[in-house]
Design a protein around this ligand. Structure first.
Ligand SMILES: [Zn+2]
Length: 276
């Protein structure tokens, strides 16, 4: 199922200037179901505009993006540059990997009406597993680097009974209001990214108080790194980048196949209804 554009706009902000994104000319904002967003529709695309910086956005087939672009080469290059544990032959069999992934999702403490944010290079990987916990009262919003990365995820979404939305965006500047999601998952590059402090802060910012925030990145535990004589092979988990002051709890863990580390965090603060 697709999330409606009106519902997406309620939780979103421009990722460049953090102002509200609006439909057509002269709309009142923030948008609400009452004042009715009347986006302009052209060729099946809904065009929207930031009320602050006037940046144009597109909503098409449940995907919210800045523009339709087919350039994903940058992402692939970066992935290829990185020495990975998998290249050394530590790839677990798919069944083990599946089990690891299920355990990762399990850490999010999902309820049937949870609003879940999944920030990963390929949102199709977690979509089915997350949706298994949810009913049509729940929501899943996937964030990826470009509109094209949602290709497979869109097909999976169409078979799910849970409304799903996709947003093109960057983890260091998430296009959402504060305190929006009941659970936040980040799977991807973190330790080598200069913006790691910003990324972790953003993941916590968009989570509601008491929400679980789970981060997973490929990595080798210290003993294995040392045993291989290549301490530079995978960076150590960036524990120093974790915004401890905003957290009620923090735990560093390793996948059972020990190919990735996990940050399991709980946001501090009193559990309240969603704030805007
Ligand atoms: Zn803007």
């Amino acid at each position: 199922m697709r999330m409606h554009v009106e519902e997406m706009l309620e939780i979103m902000r421009c990722w460049r200037c953090h102002e509200y994104i609006k439909g057509g000319e002269g709309e009142q904002h923030p948008p609400s179901p009452d004042d009715g967003v009347r986006p302009s529709v052209e060729n099946g695309l809904i065009t929207l505009q930031c009320s602050g910086c006037s940046r144009n956005y597109i909503f098409s087939d449940g995907v919210f993006s800045e523009e339709i672009s087919d350039d994903v080469s940058g992402l692939e290059d970066k992935d290829l540059d990185r020495l990975s544990a998998e290249r050394l032959g530590f790839t677990p069999c798919p069944k083990e990997r599946r089990a690891e992934q299920e355990k990762l999702i399990d850490r999010l403490d999902l309820f049937e009406d949870s609003k879940v944010l999944d920030v990963s290079p390929d949102t199709s990987r977690n979509l089915s597993s997350i949706s298994r916990y949810l009913t049509d009262e729940g929501r899943v919003v996937g964030v990826g680097p470009s509109a094209e990365t949602f290709g497979v995820a869109r097909m999976i979404r169409d078979d799910l009974g849970v409304p799903v939305g996709f947003v093109q965006g960057q983890p260091e500047s998430l296009p959402f209001n504060d305190n929006t999601f009941n659970a936040v998952l980040y799977v991807g590059e973190l330790s080598t990214r200069l913006e790691r402090v910003k990324i972790l802060k953003e993941l916590v910012r968009v989570a509601i108080p008491q929400a679980k925030i789970v981060v997973a990145e490929e990595g080798l535990p210290p003993l294995l790194r040392k045993a291989l004589g290549k301490p530079q092979l995978c960076e150590a988990p960036p524990v120093g980048a974790v915004p401890g002051g905003e957290l009620k709890s923090f735990e560093l863990d390793w996948g059972d196949a020990e190919l990735f580390y996990i940050f399991e965090m709980t946001k501090k603060g009193a559990s309240t209804t969603l704030s805007r």
